[in-house]
Write a protein that binds this ligand. Structure first.
Ligand code: SF4
Length: 178
């Protein structure tokens, strides 16, 4: 079966930029100004110092966050320190880089196309009322049972209840179907 997933994608770049601005980081020292050197897996800062990979974790499936950090001594003696990491008193400057699974990248790129945006608008029109009904009328904000099988059964009953209700409604008032 060839199924293509359409779903929302939240861009966080704007918020990240604001966070850096609040921390006093100048435009010339934002993460995109650090150059990656694939031959040694390091980032080179605008002053030519090296940031090496220190820590990584998977924040979401298919996305790995890697922290690259500069040497503390390099940053402390750096003439650009006040524009780059003045609020960082204990460590060298670090940047966090996201490594994406190719499947996630292609999903993200797809979501920017006009077709995908149209699909998302259609999804909201069709699905949001059902979601709201399940939450507000049936109180299905979280499952009352444990285990995948039981949760699946509860979800099936909820969907069935909605479908029967709609069926009755449309049988009595066929004009609504139009
Ligand atoms: S503070 Fe550190 S990371 Fe920033 S420019 Fe200077 S040496 Fe590079």
């Amino acid at each position: 079966m060839n199924v293509e997933l359409a779903g929302p994608w939240v861009q966080t770049d704007g918020r990240v930029k604001q966070r850096f601005q609040r921390a006093g980081v100048a435009e010339a020292f934002l993460p995109e100004q650090f150059r990656y050197d694939p031959s040694s897996d390091i980032y080179v800062c605008p002053e030519g110092k090296h940031l090496t990979a220190r820590h990584s974790h998977s924040a979401h499936p298919g996305r790995k966050m890697i922290r690259y950090q500069a040497n503390q001594n390099d940053c402390w003696s750096c003439p650009s320190r006040h524009q780059c990491c003045s609020s960082n008193k204990r460590y060298g400057r670090s940047i966090v880089v996201t490594q994406e699974d190719p499947v996630v990248s292609s999903f993200r790129e797809r979501q920017t196309t006009p077709e995908a945006r149209g699909l998302m608008r259609e999804r909201a029109r069709m699905a949001e009322f059902v979601n709201a009904w399940l939450k507000e009328t049936l109180g299905l904000r979280r499952f009352r049972v444990r285990g995948l099988q039981n949760a699946r059964a509860e979800a099936t009953w909820a969907i069935l209840a909605y479908s029967v209700r709609q069926w009755i409604r449309l049988r009595w008032k066929p004009s609504l179907a139009v």
